[in-house]
Design a protein around this ligand. Structure first.
Ligand SMILES: [Zn+2]
Ligand SMILES: [Zn+2]
Ligand SMILES: [Zn+2]
Length: 198
């Protein structure tokens, strides 16, 4: 099974085209949407990110806390791995983990950093990995699409800027920025899958 081959590149701004995307590029070796066994861990990826069935966000389970629905996040389904500092597919960097709510959120604006369930804004972790999410690439093998940026505006607060799964027509999670669940804006992100657990 081919391993993911993320690039290690310097920080770059917004969406870019990775070299080699197109004809002849083999995107992983995973069959459809199911993964029989975890793919080998690749350098430049952080595995272990989970979907929360309560808030619909993507969260880091270590020190799990700060779900917008209250208490800790509740994991189910896929375990995901996030590219760090670039990827072989077109991507958007500047996605970060919040040390207060454990949620992946977009931190590419100068200010603010998005409404956090535990305070006014999200706050980066000390580790401060810069995650680059494949953007507008469809759903390549080994990835799950329909992850979106939330810009639910709850004036005077900013949107929550969280990444959330928008694949369910009738469930948009819980948004810290306002009622009605998360509100998708912008690109459609495809998140690399690491393994599946029931
Ligand atoms: Zn949650
Ligand atoms: Zn937060
Ligand atoms: Zn939201």
């Amino acid at each position: 099974m081919p391993e993911f081959q993320p690039e290690t590149v310097a920080r770059r701004s917004l969406l870019r085209k990775a070299a080699g995307v197109g004809a002849g590029v083999v995107l992983g070796g995973l069959a459809g949407a199911m993964v029989a066994a975890p793919p080998a861990r690749a350098a430049g990826m952080q595995a272990g990110w989970r979907y929360c069935v309560r808030c619909a966000g993507l969260f880091w389970p270590l020190g799990n806390k700060g779900c917008p629905a209250g208490g800790p996040h509740a994991a189910a389904g896929w375990t995901f791995q996030l590219p760090i500092d670039g990827y072989r597919l077109p991507n958007q960097p500047e996605w970060r983990c919040c040390m207060n709510c454990n949620a992946l959120h977009y931190d590419g604006y100068p200010d603010p950093d998005g409404r956090c369930s535990t305070g006014i804004e999200h706050k980066r972790t000390g580790v401060d990995s810069n995650f680059a999410l494949p953007a507008n690439v469809g759903e390549p093998a080994g990835h799950q699409a329909n992850w979106r940026f939330c810009l639910r505006s709850g004036a005077p607060d900013p949107g929550c800027f969280m990444l959330f799964f928008d694949g369910y027509p009738n469930f948009k999670g819980i948004c810290p920025a306002g009622p009605g669940g998360h509100l998708a804006v912008g690109w459609n992100f495809a998140i690399p899958v690491y393994s599946y657990a029931t």
